[in-house]
Write a protein that binds this ligand. Structure first.
Ligand SMILES: CC(C)(COP(=O)(O)OP(=O)(O)OC[C@H]1O[C@@H](n2cnc3c(N)ncnc32)[C@H](O)[C@@H]1OP(=O)(O)O)[C@@H](O)C(=O)NCCC(=O)NCCS
Length: 166
């Protein structure tokens, strides 16, 4: 069993295990229009397990975050290349929202990025996703760009970024 690395109310945050991935895929299916192949989840779990986290209450998983480490141009006002943490997906089941679960998942993933030497965290979010944009802004993320027709249905994405690490 993975160690508990965070707590908010009755919710516990711990590392995702292989056996948890089907539940994560189900939560993704219920909460987001962006789905990935099963292989993709296991690949991310293998590459960066410290930032693939689940939140559970009473033994049931109710949310997850997953991220990867990349090397490329900074999304902050920095010149040149940076080691970046990319939040690939974060979601909390609707009946468990507004209780701090999304925030603690993001904060713990950001800590893991810093520990891997990343200097920033970044993500894409639908321009219409007010709940998520509010959460990211409250955590300190700032919009660094906009990608037109980023999603399959033609909606644009905001790119948001936050310094992490020391
Ligand atoms: C975005 C998402 C992950 C946020 O999860 P969440 O668990 O509701 O996040 P939090 O509870 O930490 O924060 C949500 C709100 O609850 C409030 N809140 C946080 N802790 C709280 C607490 N203990 N008691 C009451 N309210 C609280 C926060 O202030 C926050 O308000 P704000 O963001 O308007 O400022 C969730 O809405 C979701 O899964 N959406 C669908 C999937 C999605 O869009 N993912 C993002 C894709 S880019």
């Amino acid at each position: 069993m993975q160690a508990i690395i965070g707590k908010v109310g009755d919710y516990l945050v711990r590392g995702c295990e292989k056996d948890d991935v089907p539940t994560v895929i189900r939560i993704n299916g219920e909460t987001l229009p962006e789905h990935y192949s099963d292989f993709f989840y296991y690949e991310i779990l293998g590459e960066f397990p410290e930032a693939f986290l689940v939140a559970e209450v009473g033994g049931s998983i109710v949310g997850y975050v997953m991220a990867r480490i990349e090397y490329g141009f900074s999304h902050l006002k920095r010149l040149g290349l940076s080691r970046k943490g990319h939040i690939v997906s974060v979601a909390v089941l609707e009946e468990h929202r507004g209780k701090g679960v999304g925030s603690i998942l993001m904060e713990k993933a950001q800590e893991a990025m810093g520990a891997r030497g990343a200097t920033e965290s970044y993500l894409e979010v639908r321009v219409s996703n007010d709940q998520a944009i509010n959460l990211y802004q409250r955590l300190g993320y700032r919009t660094s760009g906009r990608l037109e027709a980023y999603y399959k249905d033609g909606e644009a994405a905001l790119v948001m970024a936050l310094p992490v690490g020391h």
